[in-house]
Ligand binder design. Structure first.
Ligand SMILES: Cc1ncc(COP(=O)(O)O)c(C=O)c1O
Length: 409
């Protein structure tokens, strides 16, 4: 792209598009978002993608993805969120969107709201991994409650030492690990009035959530070895578990994977759909994969407010750390101009973030620095709106969940 004959950098484009706006501000580059969406669909090779809303947290972007061919359904992270989305889509083309709440709920009032809403009961399913979850629903809703759609979560972590749960590689999620345990829980659900078993889900975070190209060749080789071993073990176990559960209840979906594992998850014949959200946004933690490279679609800008010393420029605010184990990878990353980094002793701060590096001395008070969040959805908890950039202009301003006064956890 060029302005007045000159070559325009990515930084110029962002600066010019937002020149009239006051930072701190957050933008979504819609061209990058659309390219990322197309790449997820290409990678899924025919499996529908269920959008992981926790990684988006902005209705405008969720809806944009859902209206694209290749996407079907929402993976919600909280029952109140699922009910809110469903209600917001009444009388629209998204009214029948299937919404899977992928994490167990103990929210009695949301369960009562679900039970009282026949439309929501048709499309919303909740996650269970034990009889305790069924008991909680019964306690919240009382005897003879209407049918609640449920999905069984399978633990798809890797236990490399056969027969032992002591070595556990993956997230601590469900106690349901073996096909026999899955069948046992399915039988308990089918035998209980007031529940309908519609799906099985398993998220192989040890494959999807860990970049296999961390920059250190030895660590990269170990990660790839773990991921290959885990994938090999899982394919047989998940197929057997799905077969055992399907013998008891006709399943509508078997959900697996995430942005980081699409190619591996789609190779499992029992998986009917793949969950993904981060791949739409392209945060920094997704820079370390060999199989794909999403474009950074959501960025934030912070203004340079002081120059405390040569080689250092200090930005206002910026300390938007990501969830997960507390390490440097959770910090935001100065992105544009190129050649900036955080100070190790100060990191990214509550009210100020100093940056240093080759580009620092060219920065003046009032300039802006563009940064990337480490994760996909959490920036939406910091900003009330995303400025939508198309080409070299801001074409609209869309609220995040926070901007709509919503916070689901
Ligand atoms: C159940 C489940 N599925 C899928 C995903 C993958 O989401 P993403 O594509 O945003 O990495 C996650 C992420 O934590 C998850 O918890």
């Amino acid at each position: 792209m060029s302005y007045g004959g000159g070559v325009t950098t990515a930084r110029d484009r962002l600066d010019r598009a937002t020149a009239d706006l006051e930072p701190p501000l957050a933008v979504v580059d819609l061209d990058a978002f659309d390219r990322n969406a197309a790449d997820l669909v290409r990678r899924a090779a025919g499996r529908p993608i269920r959008v992981a809303s926790k990684s988006v947290r902005c209705r405008y972007l969720l809806e944009r993805a859902l209206r694209k061919p290749g996407f079907a359904g929402v993976m919600s992270y909280a029952l109140p969120e699922a009910l809110w989305l469903h209600r917001s889509w009444a009388d629209t083309d998204l009214a029948d969107t299937d919404i899977l709440v992928a994490y167990p709920t103990t929210d009695h009032s949301a369960l009562r709201a679900l039970a009282a809403d026949p439309g929501a009961r048709r499309v919303v399913s909740i996650m269970v991994d034990s009889v305790a979850h069924l008991d909680l629903v019964d306690a919240a809703l009382g005897a003879d409650h209407p049918e609640i759609r449920v999905c069984v979560e399978l633990d798809v972590s890797w236990r490399p030492v056969r027969g032992s749960g002591k070595v556990h590689i993956g997230a601590r999620r469900s106690p349901v690990f073996t096909p026999e345990q899955a069948a046992g829980l399915a039988a308990a659900i089918v035998a209980r009035p007031g529940f309908r078993l519609v799906g099985v889900m398993g998220y192989e975070g040890q494959i999807a959530g860990m970049g296999d190209n961390p920059g250190n060749p030895v660590r990269g080789a170990v990660l790839r070895w773990v991921q290959r071993g885990s994938a090999r073990e899982l394919v047989g176990r998940r197929v057997d578990a799905v077969r055992a559960v399907s013998a008891l209840a006709p399943l509508e979906f078997v959900n697996g994977g995430g942005t980081g594992s699409i190619e591996i998850t789609r190779a499992d014949p029992s998986v009917t759909e793949i969950a993904a959200g981060s791949g739409l946004i392209g945060p920094r933690l997704f820079d370390h994969y060999t199989r794909f490279a999403p474009d950074p679609a959501v960025l934030f800008a912070a203004p340079v407010v002081r120059r405390p010393a040569p080689g250092v420029a200090t930005l206002f605010s910026g300390g938007y750390l990501a969830s997960g184990p507390a390490d440097r990878a959770r910090l935001p990353q100065p992105y544009l101009p190129d050649g900036l980094r955080l100070l190790s002793l100060e990191g990214a701060g509550e009210v100020q973030t100093p940056v240093t590096g080759a580009a620092a001395d060219a920065l003046k008070v009032g300039d802006r620095v563009w940064l990337r969040h480490a994760k996909a959805g959490e920036l939406a908890e910091r900003f009330t709106a995303y400025h939508v950039i198309e080409g070299d202009q801001v074409t609209s301003i869309v609220p995040t969940y926070r901007g709509e006064g919503r916070s689901f956890g």
